[in-house]
Design a protein. Structure first.
Length: 538
């Protein structure tokens, strides 16, 4: 009861005293685009029965390859992950480098012969980049590794009507797999199209379906000719080994941001079709949009009657319960909720939900120099248009040199850190920027600029982070602390700018809860709860 009371108090303060958003708009029966205003890139979507399943890229976060489910294309929730960890290299443990911006990419999801199938290839060279094929009896898992194959970039798995499996990948490449999906059929590799002269970038993110006897391959196209933009193109054929013809099926800006593409189309039980494409939205990441699909001359044209992504849509079904992919947590369960992911592989014996029931205990397990090499940083997506997340920390068991807190975590991070030096506790708001090597993604330097610090006289503190990702609001994050859970004080940079950098993390900003040791392992902090609210605008 006390946790809920304090949450109500903090939300009241957020919505009135700060003036960021006076009142959250009541839920409506419309789908507001972006459908998922959070970092959910490289989607693949299928329908099995009355349920839609979506997979996305989360790269260096673990568990990885999240599977989300919805009945109405409005309310989504994470129902499982395709793998808990990747173990091909110590880099996944942040040893001998990292996998920031690498790891799992562009997973393909299929349902065939009563089983779910997933294909993914980490964005790496050598054995680390070999393709995984996973299978599971249900989307929630458990998933098992079925095969490892050569690297296929941004690939999709496809089963023909007779069960013959294929992989479509790269820029217009395809090959046939053996029936057991464990090897490539010799001599089957071919290019099924050649890109146009002004498509100098890759055509990638392939998704393939078959409809009314016609094969459709959908790809994102980058063009550099005047008056042409990033767009979704489609190639089609009646004969996989024959000639493919091409059309542009979406070329639309949306919501004050530039043009969007990459995704797929999916049908309903009644035979209607929807398109799900992502759009780059700066610091919040790459967000998902929903569009109607109109079949015109046999082409799946996305968008409204003007070919544009609509601002709102009617849900496919009404009356479905509200769900979300970002959620608060009282840490009262014995297992971590599926809405959380760790930064890189976690150290399993360095965290607990049972040693102190009702709390998440984060232990320091090895000495590291900075946040970007800290194991067991726990993350969730930040969301637009606005959001607020807060935690309360018990600091009593920190050791000298320990650092814990809450971050808007990315390659550039705004960070609230409690540091223990001897017996002294200090809260700092800092701006941190990591530098990584191109090949190994090794951390070479972290620039830390402390903006403001406050000495603490008590072993308990409340921290809060507010995000504002409205168009033209510069992806602002603001930071607050409280000594009693009621009176919040802003600290450090006002309107810290969250940025998206494809060269380093290649992902949107995350709430990051962390605890690491810089001198000696063995300390710990207890996190009482994570409170969260997505804020909308009137």
């Amino acid at each position: 009861m006390m946790k809920k009371l304090l949450f109500s108090i903090s939300l009241c303060f957020f919505t009135t005293a700060l003036g960021v958003a006076q009142v959250a708009t009541p839920p409506t029966n419309r789908i507001e685009n972006p459908m998922l205003w959070a970092d959910v890139p490289d989607p693949d979507v299928i329908r099995v029965g009355d349920t839609f399943y979506l997979v996305s890229t989360t790269m260096h976060l673990m568990p990885g390859a999240p599977v989300m489910a919805s009945k109405d294309l409005k309310n989504w929730e994470t129902v499982g992950y395709i793998f808990n960890k990747l173990t091909d290299s110590p880099k996944y443990d942040m040893q001998e480098g990292t996998v920031y911006g690498r790891g799992q990419w562009a997973t393909s999801l299929k349902y065939h012969d009563g089983k779910f199938w997933a294909l993914l290839a980490p964005n790496e060279s050598g054995p680390m980049g070999d393709t995984y094929i996973f299978t599971a009896p249900k989307a929630e898992g458990p998933w098992t590794i079925h095969a490892r194959l050569r690297h296929f970039h941004d690939a999709t798995l496809f089963f023909d009507d007779d069960g013959t499996p294929y992989v479509f990948f790269g820029t217009g490449e395809m090959c046939q797999l053996t029936r057991d999906l464990k090897s490539v059929v010799e001599g089957s590799l071919r290019h099924y199209f050649q890109r146009e002269a002004d498509e100098r970038g890759l055509l990638e993110g392939t998704r393939v379906i078959k409809h009314n006897g016609t094969y459709y391959a959908q790809l994102i196209s980058h063009v550099y000719a005047p008056g042409r933009h990033r767009r979704e193109v489609c190639y089609r054929t009646k004969d996989l080994m024959g000639t493919w013809e091409k059309a542009v099926i979406l070329e639309s800006d949306f919501g004050g941001f530039s043009y969007l593409a990459q995704g797929t189309i999916v049908d309903t039980e009644e035979g209607d079709w929807y398109g799900i494409m992502f759009q780059d939205r700066g610091g919040v990441g790459r967000v998902l949009t929903l569009s109607p699909v109109r079949w015109i001359d046999g082409w799946p044209m996305l968008g409204d009657e003007n070919g544009k992504v609509p601002a709102t849509m009617r849900p496919y079904k009404s009356g479905m319960p509200e769900t979300a992919i970002v959620r608060p947590d009282e840490f009262s369960a014995t297992e971590l909720g599926l809405h959380w992911q760790w930064n890189h592989n976690p150290i399993d014996n360095a965290w607990s939900l049972t040693e102190r029931p009702g709390f998440l205990r984060l232990k320091t397990s090895r000495v590291v120099p900075n946040l970007y090499l800290a194991p067991n940083t726990l993350t969730q997506r930040m969301e637009g248009p606005m959001c607020t997340g807060s935690i309360v920390l018990d600091l009593a068991k920190m050791k000298d040199g320990d650092c814990c807190g809450l971050a808007a975590f990315n390659g550039d991070s705004g960070v609230l850190t409690i540091k223990k030096n001897g017996k002294k506790l200090t809260l700092e708001m800092s701006e941190q920027k990591v530098q990584l090597t191109d090949r190994e993604k090794a951390v070479t330097k972290v620039d830390e600029n402390v903006i403001e610090s406050v000495e603490l006289k008590q072993p308990k503190i409340w921290l809060r982070l507010d995000g504002d990702f409205q168009p033209r609001h510069n992806d602002a994050a603001n930071f607050y602390y409280s000594l009693d859970g009621e009176d919040w004080k802003q600290i450090g940079t006002k309107n810290y700018r969250c940025v998206f950098d494809y060269r380093r993390f290649f992902m949107g900003s995350k709430f990051g809860i962390f605890n690491y040791a810089t001198k000696k392992a063995g300390g710990y902090v207890d996190v009482d709860w994570f409170h969260y609210q997505k804020k909308t605008v009137e």
